[in-house]
Design a protein around this ligand. Structure first.
Ligand code: SAH
Length: 216
C-alpha cells in the first residue's frame, strides 16, 4: 500500500489495539485489522495527533468518524469472513469500510453527503483500498442492484430497521444496526428464512442520525 505511515503511528496503533482489547474485544481478526488501518489519514489534519485515541471525531459536514471501540464492536458482531459481500450504510470517513476491507470483505458503502462521498472516494483510492466500492445514495434504499449481501452494517442511528435493507440480506445473513433515538441499542438481526428474522441486542451507543435523501 502506498501511504504515509510511520514507526510512530504504528506504535500508537498498537496501543490503541491493546486498549480496545482491554475493553473486551476478543476477535483477533478485528484487532489485527484495526492494527493495520492508518486512521490518521481518515481524519482532518488538525486532529491527526488524536487519531489513535479511542474517541469519535468530527470529519466535516457535521459528521463523525466512529470511535475505534464502536467500529470493533460492530465489526465483531458482523462475523465477516473473507470474500463476503458487505453493505455499509454511512461511509463517512471510510474508516469502518477500511477495517472491513482489511478483514477480507468486499465492501459496498453508501453515503448521502456528496462532499463526504467525494472526499472519501479520493482518500480510499490514494491509500489503495480496491475492494471497497463507494456509492452516493440514500441508505434507506440500500443497493438493490448489488443485493443480496452476506452482511449489512448501518453506522448511523435509526428508529426502525429500513425494510429495504432486510430484503437485501441473504438468508443466514447478519445485519448490525444501532436502533433508537437519543441513545441507541446495538442490535444484530439474523435472517433465518425468507420471512423470519431473529434479533439480539448488545448495549448502548451514540451515533449521528440516519437522514433521508441525498445532500449536496
Ligand atoms: N462509518 C463512518 C462513520 C459514519 S457517521 C466512519 O467509519 O467514519 C454516519 C454517516 O452516515 C455520515 O457520514 C452520514 O452522512 C451518513 N448518513 C446518514 N444518513 C444516511 C443515509 N440515509 N444514507 C447514507 N448515509 C447516511
Amino acid at each position: 500500500m502506498d501511504f504515509e505511515d510511520s514507526f510512530r503511528y504504528k506504535g500508537l496503533r498498537q496501543r490503541l489495539v491493546n486498549e480496545i482489547r482491554k475493553k473486551g474485544i476478543t476477535d483477533e481478526r478485528v484487532l489485527e485489522a484495526i492494527g493495520k488501518v492508518p486512521r490518521h489519514l481518515f481524519m482532518d489534519k488538525s486532529f491527526v495527533n488524536l487519531a489513535y485515541k479511542d474517541q469519535a471525531f468530527p470529519i466535516g459536514e457535521g459528521q463523525t468518524i466512529s470511535q475505534p471501540y464502536t467500529v470493533a464492536v460492530q465489526s465483531s458482531l458482523l462475523k465477516v469472513r473473507p470474500g463476503e459481500k458487505v453493505l455499509e450504510i454511512g461511509t463517512g470517513s471510510g474508516y469502518q469500510a477500511a477495517v472491513l476491507s482489511e478483514m477480507g470483505a468486499r465492501v459496498f458503502s453508501v453515503e448521502r453527503q456528496s462532499l463526504l462521498y467525494q472526499k472519501t472516494s479520493r482518500l480510499l483510492k490514494s491509500i489503495g483500498y480496491r475492494n471497497i466500492r463507494l456509492f452516493l445514495g440514500d441508505g434507506y434504499e440500500g443497493l438493490p442492484n448489488f443485493a443480496p449481501f452476506d452482511k449489512i452494517i448501518v453506522t448511523a442511528a435509526v428508529k426502525n430497521v429500513p425494510a429495504a435493507l432486510l430484503l437485501q440480506l441473504k438468508t443466514e445473513g447478519l445485519l448490525v444496526v444501532p436502533l433508537g433515538e437519543g441513545s441507541q441499542t446495538m442490535t444484530r438481526i439474523k435472517r433465518l428464512t425468507e420471512d423470519n428474522f431473529e434479533q439480539e441486542t448488545f448495549g448502548e451507543f451514540a451515533f449521528v442520525p440516519m437522514l433521508k435523501g441525498i445532500a449536496k
